[in-house]
Design a protein around this ligand. Sequence first.
Ligand code: HEC
Length: 465
Amino acid sequence: MRKSLFHKLTQLAASSNIEVWLGLLDLRNFKNLVNLKSFQIANQKSLCVILKILILLVFTPLSMSAQKLTYYDNIEPIIQKNCVSCHRKGQIAPFTLTSYEDVERRAGFIKKVTAQRYMPPNPADPSVSHFKNVKRLTQEEIATIGKWVEQGKVKGKEKKNRQGSVKEDTISWREPDLVLTFNEPYQIKGDNREHFKVFVVPTNATEDLYVSGIDFFPQNKQLAHHCRFMIDTTNLLRPDNGIEVGDKSEFQRLGVRMNDNFWHGWIPGNTAIFYPDNTAKRLPKGSDIVLNMHYSPSPKDVTEQSKILIYLSKQPAKRLVKTFILEENSVVNEPFMIPKDSVIKFYQRSPVIPYDISLISITPHMHLLGKNFKAYAITPEGDLINLIKIDSWDFSWQMTYQFDKLLKIPKGSVIYSEAEYDNTPKNGRNPYDPPRDVTYGWGTKDEMLNLIFQYLDYEIGDERK
Ligand code: HEC
């Protein structure tokens, strides 16, 4: 039946009498859509378009009902692209999704969490801004998963040359130029408590390095919770290597000013960041990378010796990636204090942006009392540029969000943020029971309000990069 219909359609396409072939197909609805009288048969182009629409109309339902979706054809590609970065051996998710059996076993659950958009995790509102490193299923992919489950989770045939399951620890497509590791394995105590540790990793670079990409591989991915990288050019912090944050550190004692307060941010599931072509981040010669690492509680002792992977710019970079941070001192409704039993919003305002810039990424940072967050810029003309909106702040998903395309912020703009905190017992993550007044500090039970940007000085055409 499909064959003969197709035969008819191709014959009709060849004929130029549109009324004949519309009549043959008896598409009454279609006639309502197109004013046939005004339709000139001579227009071969429209004929083609209509033919395509007809083929779609006629064949889509046919092929959909005739053929069942299969795991290998329809589901595996979606899972590989959107899930296995976390759902594979040694990664943070509690189970793997790397085989048919893995996915089949949890199919109903997968259908549910994808339909609800609980997975893949994506805290930022996609109607406000788009990020290239945030995984997000299309409506069609969600429907495909649902349909496959309803049709009975057909396995299908494994193709010979299909892309296999992502291997454990796939490093990105490029070999790193520099791999820096902790000088020795460190013990993380198995006392069921969170740990915040400082590691100081000397680069021993004898000249300035131009970094075009950064990746991070903690040895223990289940425990490594997040990590902030800073750059110290004084080398005065080396005695802090391996200490717990909160111990009397050189950092606090000497009040050393970092060369870069936020060189990079990592959370599980965050893939490598690569800066746009011909741009790089400077790593001054002789500098140390200072890591502030947060580990989840563990019932048993583990050792930890993470790796920092650095990709260097092949040619001298024409443009430098820079960072600016809005901190607690940009809060306009000071003091930055969150009274117990209150829900309170703080507003940050940046200085006036002195020249055109192109934003690469945005990283909001709050701790456990964070409730929601949004940031936007207002141009001198009064136009609004949305940057990010997170309706339900999740301490566990502190991402560096990379804008889909470089985002131009014109000279004279001001960047604002609005951050709400919930210090009531209703906040399930409130570290204190009963709640206490909380103010600024580096510990997780303290609070912070940072908004970190990586940017370039604007150049014409950036919007397309
Ligand atoms: C960025 C990492 C990450 C990605 C990507 C990801 N997951 Fe998860 N997933 C997790 C973590 C961590 C958990 C356990 C914590 C939780 O439930 O939030 C989880 C839990 C789940 C659960 C159990 C939910 C529950 O309530 O217990 C399912 C089912 C799931 N993921 C399916 C998927 C599917 C399907 C995809 C891809 C479409 C996906 N995940 C992508 C990290 C990820």
